[in-house]
Design a protein around this ligand. Structure first.
Ligand SMILES: [Fe+2]
Ligand SMILES: [Fe+2]
Length: 496
């Protein structure tokens, strides 16, 4: 049927109006749980040590639902990671519940004069901010400030003070890259708390030194608890902070050591990829640490049969002795084995995703063409990677860097001009294949990525200064001079 006939048919046939059931979708079990049940559970948890409801119980429960929805749930729904892994929501619920319980128990059992100063909001807000993000941490802080202010008979004064402390905690603990920064944040929030106590003394009763010390020590001691708890939370949830990711990225992980010994070509490919991915992530405002670590681990599955990948071959290519479909199976295996290794070593969930997604649903064109030439009736889909396509920006960047790095190696005489041309060609091809549809990368991001890749590759291909030649001592070539030959024998990775 032609396009015009199809259009006519649509015009003549009476439109069937389907009932709008979108409101029904809003009443799903997931929504009821995340919008109503969890805040109600949190509200009850806060009252456990008292075994009673606060004054104005209806306002208390309604307030909890409203605060949770506006400040936490809406922020969480914007984040891609919560849709990808249930572990994120589970971790959020657990950290918030534990924070509420610790808070209400401490406040209940310690002297009433110090109540507001010993509320350990820093603990929960810092953990959520460090593991998940600033917006989520600040949102959780406002929710906790409301829930805690119920203990102080909904005092506006207490609510404002705790909200400020929560917000400053989220600000001070965002984008941390070192453990010592968590301690520094504790001191900074302690100083703000002390300043607030001073400011409060102008309107309320005068402060005493015990209150002042409690206000300062509360965030400082909480920061020590955060530093101690983080590795346990990271191991249990596989949600890693930047500090945890940096530890994985120091190249001493046993999986990377094994890669460097068994598949040295892949190891060096991964290191180059890490530099490319980090620069591109910085250019588009993605997380450069996550991109770097994901790049280090993306091909760890090649440790199983390293000789089947061009970067590890010296002369012999075992694919010459295999049928195209067998080669296809062996190459697919590096993704599956990589995922197995990521699970076995409890690598971050997002790193496992990057292992799974770095080829998306692309085709192994070289083997597809080889098979098509032999049989003539080969299906292109049979030579597709199992995917899925990249689901977040850092994963999309690793996919692009992977192909760009392979294409760069096939350039015989790299110049800034032909490097940019090659990079742009590869990025455009992957974009046109619609591999980046779910990655959250837009066209202006891609321009920034092309610039960053070109900059890194151009600086890495700059020729060395020639040293004046002295008398040759040996006939054995220097290790670095083999690069040119290497480039000539290599094929593009998308062709294997
Ligand atoms: Fe790969
Ligand atoms: Fe790769």
């Amino acid at each position: 049927m032609t396009y015009t006939k199809e259009k006519k048919k649509r015009r003549t046939s009476a439109p069937i109006k389907e009932p709008d059931l979108s409101w029904l979708r809003a009443i799903s079990l997931r929504n009821i749980n995340s919008i109503v049940l969890f805040p109600l559970f949190a509200a009850l948890l806060n009252r456990i040590p008292y075994l009673s409801l606060p004054e104005m119980p209806i306002a208390y429960f309604l307030g909890c639902i409203i605060f949770w929805y506006i400040f936490v749930e809406t922020t969480v729904r914007k984040g891609a990671f919560f849709d990808l892994h249930a572990a994120y929501r589970l971790a959020l619920y657990t950290v918030v519940s534990a924070g509420i319980l610790v808070n209400s128990v401490i406040v209940h059992f310690i002297s009433t004069d110090l109540l507001i100063y010993i509320t350990p909001l820093f603990l929960t807000v810092a953990i959520v901010t460090i593991l998940i993000g600033f917006e989520e941490g600040a949102g959780v802080g406002l929710f906790l400030a409301f829930i805690a202010s119920a203990t102080f008979r909904f005092s506006l004064d207490a609510f404002v003070m705790l909200s400020i402390i929560s917000f400053v905690t989220a600000l001070a603990t965002r984008r941390l890259t070192a453990r010592i920064s968590i301690a520094r944040a504790g001191f900074a929030v302690g100083a703000v708390f002390v300043a607030l106590v001073f400011a409060r003394s102008f309107t309320e009763s005068a402060f005493n030194w015990i209150q002042l010390s409690a206000a300062f020590l509360n965030p400082v001691l909480s920061s020590i608890a955060v530093i101690g708890l983080l590795p346990y939370i990271e191991y249990a949830t596989r949600i890693y902070s930047n500090v945890g990711l940096l530890e994985l990225g120091n190249l001493s992980h046993p999986v990377l050591k094994n890669l460097s010994i068994n598949a040295p070509g892949t190891y060096y490919h991964s290191v180059t990829l890490a530099n490319l991915s980090e620069a591109a992530s910085e250019a588009v405002g993605a997380n450069p640490i996550l991109a770097r670590v994901g790049a280090y681990f993306h091909d760890v599955g090649k440790t199983k049969r390293p000789q089947y990948f061009t970067e590890n071959q010296i002369g012999d290519n075992p694919h010459d002795r295999l049928s195209p479909s067998m080669s296809n199976t062996v190459i697919n295996e590096h993704v599956q084995h990589g995922v197995e290794l990521a699970k076995r070593h409890r690598l971050p969930l997002l790193v496992e995703d990057m292992v799974k997604q770095h080829h998306g649903t692309r085709h192994k064109l070289f083997f597809y063409r080889k098979a098509a030439n032999r049989t003539g009736s080969t299906k292109r889909e049979d030579f597709e990677y199992s995917g899925p396509k990249p689901q977040f920006p850092e994963s999309g960047i690793v996919m692009l860097a992977d192909s760009v790095e392979a294409a760069f190696k096939s350039l015989r005489n790299p110049t800034p001009g032909n490097i940019r041309e090659t990079v742009a060609e590869v990025v455009e091809a992957i974009y046109n294949e619609r591999q980046l549809d779910n990655s959250g990368l837009n066209l202006s991001d891609l321009e920034g990525i092309v610039d960053a890749f070109t900059r890194v590759l151009t600086s890495s291909s700059r020729p060395r200064i020639e040293y004046p030649q002295e008398e040759p001592e040996s006939e054995v070539a220097d290790g670095d001079t083999s690069a040119e030959q290497d480039g000539e024998t290599r094929k593009r990775e998308e062709d294997i």
